[in-house]
Design a protein around this ligand. Structure first.
Ligand SMILES: C[S@@+](CC[C@H](N)C(=O)[O-])C[C@H]1O[C@@H](n2cnc3c(N)ncnc32)[C@H](O)[C@@H]1O
Length: 227
């Protein structure tokens, strides 16, 4: 792995995107999310990413890569790592990372609802803290399934709806959270949705994000396989 940093361009990453307009919500989110999450990563979230992303193999796509918190955790042995991120302000941070794996890295603009890749073109697709934000999670899951080859794995890592008082609290605060965090819903039941798809859930851990923000504490981390 190369050293961690945000100042220099990634020598072996290519950014195939053209500059697109950044909205106020995207720019605002990009202004606070990286430093907020840096504390969460130091508190233990980085270990969760590291353990899970060691399972990535072959040609790998990450959807909603953000500022690249998962990037340093991918194996060097991947055939290729494609990082898809629609927010131009976060994509610029992604392109500035130097802690990428040795594998070829490509950064692309795009939308999880309509992935611009052929059917069965990836061995692994990953998503971390993304299905809270997409407009139509079922459509995005169907696209993940489509671009995975049969037998390919989907590595997910999502904050989800809790139970009891926490769930009520999440319902109440979701409208505000959506405004402050570029569309992030605190109360999505990702596991139930995944259960309605053609994915086979091989492994799922119910855990907690190490953060003081109670709406995003319940976490599911796991592996689903395309049959
Ligand atoms: C909470 S951030 C998570 C970023 C990163 N995955 C992480 O673990 O830190 C949510 C990400 O999902 C992205 N996103 C939102 N809607 C999307 C869509 N329709 N397609 C792809 N990514 C999307 C956002 O731009 C943002 O980078």
């Amino acid at each position: 792995m190369a050293g961690i940093g945000h100042d220099a361009p990634v020598p072996h990453a290519s950014d195939s995107t053209t500059m697109t307009t950044v909205t106020f919500g995207e720019r605002f989110f990009a202004s606070w999310y990286p430093s907020f999450m840096a504390r969460v990563e130091r508190a233990g979230q980085a270990d969760v990413r590291g353990a899970q992303l060691a399972l990535a193999h072959g040609r790998t796509l990450e959807i909603g890569a953000g500022n690249g918190l998962s990037v340093p955790h991918y194996p060097d042995e991947l055939d290729e790592l494609v990082l898809l991120e629609p927010n131009p302000a976060l994509r610029a941070r992604l392109a500035a990372r130097t802690d990428t794996p040795a594998a070829p890295v490509t950064i692309v603009d795009g939308d999880a609802h309509h992935l611009d890749f052929p059917d069965a073109s990836f061995d692994t697709v990953t998503a971390s803290l993304v299905f809270c934000s997409v407009r139509d999670p079922a459509q995005a899951l169907s696209e993940v399934h489509r671009v995975l080859r049969p037998g390919g794995v989907f590595l997910f890592h999502e904050h989800v709806r809790g139970t009891g008082v926490r769930a009520t609290f999440q319902d109440l605060l979701t409208p505000m959270q959506r405004r402050l965090a570029d569309g992030c819903h605190a109360n999505r039941d990702f596991e139930s949705l995944l259960g309605t798809t053609d994915f086979h859930i091989e492994d799922i851990e119910h855990t907690r994000m190490p953060t003081w923000m109670p709406t995003i504490v319940p976490l599911v981390v796991g592996t689903a396989r395309r049959g």
